[in-house]
Design a protein around this ligand. Structure first.
Ligand code: ADP
Ligand code: MG
Length: 614
């Protein structure tokens, strides 16, 4: 019998391999994005048309390829990433199989433009169905652009299998999310049919999550952090109440590579046990780092499955770490002024048994009611033998007394009621006074709180504005006579850019043209006379710090407006205004720091005061 075994021609082998690597446009997106990351790009743009069926294009500013490498990169098993089988166990790159480009080129029209940093001129290569059509020198920037057109043009059956555009787009966005989440320091942009889908500046992991999933995500995140000899875990889980019936956001990354692992998923879910209903799934973004020798990623052509040497320890550690983070988050209250009473005794006294000193409080003394007599100014205590010293000491130590003592100090318009050391039963917390028209002082159970009025108000307005901009439900006050404001052309363009967000805060622009804006409605939160300042400040801030992504733009806008609108230092506030400000502040999500990260309030308790008198 004649020999019947033959080697498959390359282009057939490539087509078969393509079936494994490329199932849909999203697979192309994943491979191209990963190659760009491996090429050390710091900025990557993904452009798709018709859910990737017509075009998937990735542009990076990475290392690029030489003329020869450009050609070789489309050969099967052509990779720059491993040289021997041994390297497989030491992987720090995404790719290593050298199949992706060869596979893609077998089933699409591919165009490559690339240039390395040290070559003067780049190269432009076109391939169709594994055949090189042309390769020419080209003037291109450093980096690589690969365009993949008409995917599966030569395999109609596969093309017919593709799902509707929304479904394929969903898959592409999923892949985009995975790569973008794993590399927050890389800037990403995504455009679909000419419009922006994502614009993610280089940031940290938390900001990246928020930039992708929206600013509401920020408050849902519980940080997770653990490092042991064999495993480092970082990232976030979503608070139990934000679990979803559908799968929702579940991301595992191992050594910066997205993976699917039902086993590890189970570990996380079991950490949520008792905190969520059975049919609800937890959300998480977990970044695991392990020794590359201890895993095998080679078991699946699309490299989303992974095998760990020591799966059981992984499971146990992950579960314990997530449980611990959830626990910490549950016990840690936001604000807690309750303290251990033991601390209230000044250190020097804490170990001594009290002995009676020879001074006594002059219980009739009130510095506000009568002018102290000469000689009595600095020392309002009468020296007397055998007095009851304890009463003074106990008084200071008593919570109620401490509160009312502070509360009774009133410098503003209010009438002075009690004596300084009188133990009146006033309602604590409602007593406030203003210091230098700058700080609001409010008694606490055990001391006092000093609040910076301007920063506090900025925080309140910022949260309110951010909510309005994102939820889009602010109320406007109609102006009887529309305001006409003049701005330079470039400034007007800036305002035009944020017009939509401004409208969400309550602005109504009846006309923007030439160098004039006509405003017929303004947010209820501001005065008409402040509008000019506010808009000028906003234009200035945007020029200083040009935010590109949707979220940081909203954030910046809210910060700038809050700063313009907030009650300034020097403004006197009445009792109601002070109380209102405090109540609003503590209804904020983040009452302790201003939108620009300054401390809003500080507290001083009796033991701090006691230390001053030792
Ligand atoms: P792999 O990533 O597994 O090595 P690919 O087929 O994806 O295989 O890519 C083949 C080779 O082409 C890579 O090893 C790399 O040398 C080169 N390459 C691919 N994409 C890029 C890019 N965006 N920038 C620079 N080099 C690239
Ligand atoms: Mg690759």
């Amino acid at each position: 019998m004649a020999d019947i075994i033959q080697l498959l021609p390359d282009h057939v082998a490539n087509q078969i391999a393509a079936g494994e690597v490329v199932q849909r446009p999203a697979s192309v997106v994943k491979e191209l994005l990963e190659n760009a990351i491996d090429a050390k790009a710091t900025s990557i743009t993904l452009v798709i048309k018709d859910a990737g069926k017509t075009l998937v294009q990735v542009t990076d500013n990475g290392v690029g390829m030489s003329v020869t490498d450009a050609r070789l990169s489309f050969e099967r098993h052509a990779t720059s990433k491993i040289k021997s089988a041994e390297d497989l166990f030491n992987l720090h790159t995404k790719g290593f199989r050298g199949e992706a480009l060869a596979s893609i080129a077998a089933i699409a029209h591919v165009e490559l433009k690339t240039k390395t940093a040290d070559s003067e001129i780049g190269t432009h290569l076109t391939i169709e169905g594994s055949k090189v059509i042309s390769q020419d020198p080209a003037v291109v920037p450093k980096g690589t652009t690969i365009s993949v057109k008409n995917l599966f043009y030569n395999i109609p059956a596969r093309r017919n299998f593709l799902k509707s555009n929304p479904v394929e787009t969903r898959h592409i966005i999923d892949e985009f999310h995975r790569v973008a989440l794993a590399h927050p320091n890389v800037a990403f942009q995504m455009l679909h049919n000419g419009s922006d889908v994502f614009n993610l500046p280089s940031s940290n992991s938390r900001q990246r999550i928020v930039n992708i999933f929206g600013n509401k995500t920020n408050e849902k995140l519980v940080p997770v952090n653990e490092e042991t000899e064999i495993l480092k875990i970082e990232g976030f889980v979503l608070k139990p109440e934000f679990g979803k019936k559908s799968r929702g956001e579940q991301f595992f990354f191992v050594n910066d590579r997205f993976i699917k692992s039902p086993y590890l998923h189970h570990a996380v879910s079991s950490a949520f046990e008792g905190l969520m209903k059975n049919d609800v799934h937890p959300g998480y973004f977990l970044f695991l780092e392990v020794d590359p020798h201890s895993i095998d990623i080679n078991i699946h052509p699309t490299k989303t499955e992974i095998k760990f040497d020591d799966e059981h320890s992984m499971y146990a550690m992950l579960r314990a770490t997530v449980k611990h983070s959830l626990g910490q988050f549950n016990i840690a209250p936001v604000l807690d002024f309750e303290r251990d009473k033991g601390f209230d005794t000044p250190y020097e006294y804490s170990k001594k048994s009290p002995t009676a000193p020879s001074i006594e409080v002059d219980r009739d003394f009130n510095p506000f009611k009568e002018k102290p007599k000469q000689g009595n100014i600095n020392f309002p205590f009468k020296r007397e033998q055998s007095a009851s010293w304890e009463s003074l000491y106990i008084g200071l130590n008593d919570e109620k007394a401490a509160v009312s003592n502070l509360g009774d100090i009133e410098f503003e318009s209010e009438e002075v009621t009690g004596s300084l050391f009188e133990n009146t039963e006033t309602e604590s917390g409602q007593l406030t006074f203003q210091l230098q028209n700058k700080y609001i002082v409010s008694p606490l159970k055990n001391g006092m709180m000093i609040i910076h009025q301007n920063l506090a108000h900025q925080r309140i307005l910022y949260e309110e504005l951010l909510k309005n901009i994102t939820v889009k439900e602010a109320v406007s006050q109609q102006l009887l006579f529309p305001l006409q404001l003049h701005f330079s052309k470039p400034d007007l363009e800036i305002i035009e850019k944020v017009r939509e967000q401004l409208e969400h805060t309550g602005f109504i622009f009846s006309e923007i043209k030439d160098e004039t804006i006509e405003i017929s409605g303004i947010p209820v939160l501001i005065l008409e006379s402040h509008v000019v300042n506010l808009l000028s400040q906003l234009v200035h801030d945007i020029k200083e710090d040009v935010p590109d992504s949707g979220f940081s733009q909203n954030d910046m806008l809210a910060k700038s407006m809050a700063a313009s609108m907030a009650i300034k230092t020097g403004i006197s506030l009445n009792k109601e205004e002070r109380e209102h400000l405090i109540n609003q502040l503590f209804a904020c999500k983040e009452p302790s720091v201003s939108p620009r990260n300054k401390l809003i309030f500080t507290t001083m308790d009796v033991s701090d005061l006691d230390k001053k008198f030792i």
